[in-house]
Design a protein around this ligand. Structure first.
Ligand SMILES: Nc1ncnc2c1ncn2[C@@H]1O[C@H](COP(=O)(O)OP(=O)(O)OP(=O)(O)O)[C@@H](O)[C@H]1O
Ligand SMILES: [Mg+2]
Length: 257
C-alpha cells in the first residue's frame, strides 16, 4: 500500500553541514501491517515520516500510495488519508478549544463553515462513544479546554482524532515519548484497541524497545538511513530482547549516543 522508491534526501547540500539522510532508499509497507521503527538518533526516522506525510519532499525518488504517485501531493491533501500523532502532545490538538470543538473541527476537516456551525448535536453521541474507548472519562468533559488536559489525555484525544476520519495510514511519531511510563502504557493500549478495531496500516516510530517488540507485526531498525534489521511477525515473536538491544547499543555507540 505504501512504496518508497529510490528515495534520496540530503540536507544542506554542498555546504559543510551537508547531511545525506537517505541515499537510494527503497521500502514497502503492506496493507494492514503495523510496523515499529526503531533506530539511533539521527538515523532518519522522523525524516522518513515527514517524507511520507508530505512535510518534506525527497530530492529524488517516488512515494507511491495505493498505486498513486503522491511524491508531489501537498501535506494538506495527504492528510485526508494519512493521520499523524506527534511526540509532543501539544501538536495534535488546539489548546484554546474544547474537546468538543477539537473533535468537530477534525470531523469536518474539509468544511468551510465556522466552528459553531460544525458542532452537530447528532455527532455528539458518536464523539462520546469514541472517547469512551479511551477509558479516561473524557466523554464527560466535552467542554473542557484541551490546554488543561494532561499529556496522556491529550495524546488519547489526538489518537481519537487521527482515527476518526477515514484514513488509510496512521503515523505515530514517538507518540508516547513525552509521557510517564504509566500513561505510555495506557496510550499504547488505546493505540492497540483502535488498531484491532480498524485494522489500519500503521507506522510507529519509538525509542521504546519493549513497545516495538510487543506491538505490531513488523520491526525495522534504521541506522544511517538504512534498515539494518527487518523482522516479520514470526521473527519478531522469536526475537530475544537482549539480541536486539545488543544490536541497538552497537549502532548507538557508533553514533556516540
Ligand atoms: N530540517 C532539517 N535541516 C537540516 N538537517 C536536518 C533536518 N531534519 C533532519 N536533519 C538531519 O537529518 C538527520 C536525520 O534526522 P531525523 O530527525 O530524521 O533523525 P531521527 O532518526 O528522527 O532521530 P531522533 O531519534 O533523534 O529523533 C540528522 O542528522 C538531522 O540533523
Ligand atoms: Mg526523530
Amino acid at each position: 500500500m505504501l512504496k518508497l522508491e529510490n528515495i534520496t534526501k540530503v540536507f544542506n547540500r554542498s555546504t559543510i553541514d551537508e547531511t545525506v539522510v537517505f541515499d537510494n532508499f527503497s521500502h514497502e509497507v503492506k496493507k494492514g501491517e503495523v510496523v515499529s521503527v526503531i533506530g539511533s538518533n539521527g538515523s532518519g526516522k522522523t525524516t522518513i515520516l515527514n517524507l511520507i506525510c508530505g512535510t518534506m519532499t525527497p530530492d529524488s525518488g517516488k512515494i507511491i500510495f495505493d498505486g498513486e504517485d503522491i511524491t508531489k501531493l501537498s501535506e494538506h491533501k495527504r492528510a485526508k488519508r494519512i493521520g499523524r500523532v506527534f511526540q509532543e502532545p501539544r501538536m495534535g490538538t488546539c489548546s484554546e478549544l474544547t474537546i468538543l470543538e477539537n473533535l468537530a473541527l477534525a470531523d469536518n476537516k474539509n468544511s468551510r463553515f465556522g466552528l459553531r456551525r460544525l458542532i452537530s448535536k447528532k455527532r455528539i453521541d458518536y464523539y462520546k462513544e469514541l472517547l469512551k474507548t479511551c477509558e479516561m472519562g473524557l466523554e464527560d468533559r466535552l467542554n473542557t479546554k484541551v490546554g488543561t488536559l494532561s499529556g496522556g489525555q491529550r495524546q488519547a484525544l489526538a489518537l481519537v482524532i487521527a482515527n476518526m476520519t477515514d484514513i488509510d495510514l496512521l503515523i505515530l511519531d514517538e507518540h508516547t515519548a513525552a509521557l510517564d511510563p504509566k500513561s505510555s502504557e495506557i496510550i499504547m493500549n488505546i493505540t492497540e484497541k483502535f488498531q484491532r478495531e480498524k485494522g489500519i496500516t500503521t507506522i510507529m516510530v519509538t525509542h521504546n524497545l519493549k513497545f516495538a517488540l510487543k506491538y505490531g507485526n513488523r520491526l525495522i531498525m534504521l541506522h544511517e538511513g538504512k534498515p539494518v534489521l527487518d523482522l516479520n511477525e514470526q521473527e519478531k515473536e522469536n526475537a530475544v530482547i537482549d539480541d536486539i538491544l545488543k544490536k541497538f547499543n552497537q549502532i548507538s555507540i557508533e553514533v556516540g549516543n
